[in-house]
Write a new protein. Structure first.
Length: 194
């Protein structure tokens, strides 16, 4: 009987350990995934880069041309219109380019949005360097306001030769008003205004 009780206690401990591990892993999954995407370029995630540092390291390839397509969408519950100035650009690797995006708040109230970028093919993301982008910060538009937002980028000449077209897409999502914590200067990105 004592041996059977010990066996049950052992099973319960093991199950509690597994449940605790799964709970902790669930919280770590998003930061781990983001870190993996930044390192490998998976899922088309690109990071902010320093333009001067990149240009100092790269040699432009004026003989090579890559097509960059710009696709814009917005969450269906988000009442802003959103469009790219150029839907397609021919670029030379190693040179700086800029495109502008226009967002219009068609409501009468101030709203906040966040653009989420994605690049296809995803493995080419590590060769696509954004030096300035509206997607790095939250955007605030007053009712009826129209805002032009730039994205500056460089395609690394090391991009594989078989890649001839890149598709940069942005999806805009409605977010709550950012709350600034006075004590530590950090911005709380909670979704408090739905």
């Amino acid at each position: 009987m004592i041996r059977q009780q010990t066996s049950h206690v052992s099973v319960i401990r093991w199950m509690l350990f597994v449940a605790g591990f799964m709970f902790i892993f669930a919280f770590l999954l998003v930061p781990l995934y983001d870190a993996l995407c930044k390192v490998t370029g998976l899922n088309g995630k690109t990071a902010q880069a320093n333009e001067k540092e990149i240009l100092a390291q790269l040699r432009p390839e004026p003989a090579r041309t890559i097509t960059v397509e710009f696709v814009v969408t917005r969450n269906e519950d988000f009442p802003w219109s959103f469009q790219a100035q150029h839907t397609k650009m021919q670029v030379h690797p190693g040179e700086v380019y800029e495109n502008s995006f226009r967002a219009t708040n068609s409501t009468s109230e101030t709203m906040y949005g966040q653009a989420v970028p994605s690049l296809a093919p995803g493995l080419a993301a590590k060769y696509f360097k954004k030096t300035e982008c509206f997607c790095f910060t939250q955007q605030e538009l007053a009712g009826g306001e129209v805002k032009d937002m730039p994205v500056r980028f460089i395609v690394d000449p090391e991009i594989p030769k078989y890649v001839s077209t890149l598709t940069l897409s942005y999806t805009f999502f409605k977010i709550g008003k950012p709350e600034i914590n006075q004590g530590d200067g950090f911005v709380n990105l909670s979704n408090n205004a739905r």
